[in-house]
Design a protein around this ligand. Structure first.
Ligand code: MG
Length: 162
């Protein structure tokens, strides 16, 4: 890779994406423990998607003649009070990821790294989607959190994610 600064920053993002996968896996098992199997399956798929994000960054580092460096993944939270609590945390986390992606884009622009800019613009779009999804589910859960029948249906619906 032509720029060490970019390579280091992208490797850091690989770690952040893997941490995201770890976080959503933790949410998945916690939701499963609490009897929300549909939500658990949704978060498991979300974790898989985060792993794919990490893979996309790793492939780019390799393809641009850089070196992938895997560093330790920090511990994640183990328990959430409710599905609403989990989605609140999801939205908060995705906003953080968005700012990380924007920071990387700033760096790619500063370094005139056009290939990295292209990769990152995919992630800019992806983050709009991630935030929008989390915001939508959170809004739904705010309405139904005290209605077990509605929560049951919500759980079933999330279980249908492809
Ligand atoms: Mg991601």
């Amino acid at each position: 890779m032509s720029n060490v600064k970019m390579e280091t920053a992208l490797n850091k993002q690989v770690n952040a994406e893997l941490w995201s996968a770890y976080l959503y896996l933790s949410m998945s098992y916690d939701m499963s423990n609490k009897g929300f199997n549909g939500i658990a399956s949704w978060f498991a798929k979300q974790a898989k998607e985060e792993f794919e994000h990490a893979t996309k960054f790793m492939k780019f580092i390799e393809d641009t003649d850089g070196k992938v460096k895997l560093s330790p993944i920090e511990e994640v939270r183990q328990e959430w009070n409710s599905p609403k609590d989990a989605f609140e945390d999801t939205l908060l986390h995705e906003k953080k990821v968005t700012s990380l992606i924007h920071g990387l884009m700033d760096l790619a622009i500063e370094l005139k790294d056009y290939a990295a800019q292209n990769l990152l613009s995919w992630f800019v779009d992806e983050q709009v989607e991630e935030e929008n999804t989390a915001r939508g589910y959170l809004a739904a859960l705010e309405k139904i959190e005290k209605d077990p029948a509605a929560l049951y249906l919500f759980d079933k619906k999330l279980g249908k994610r492809d």
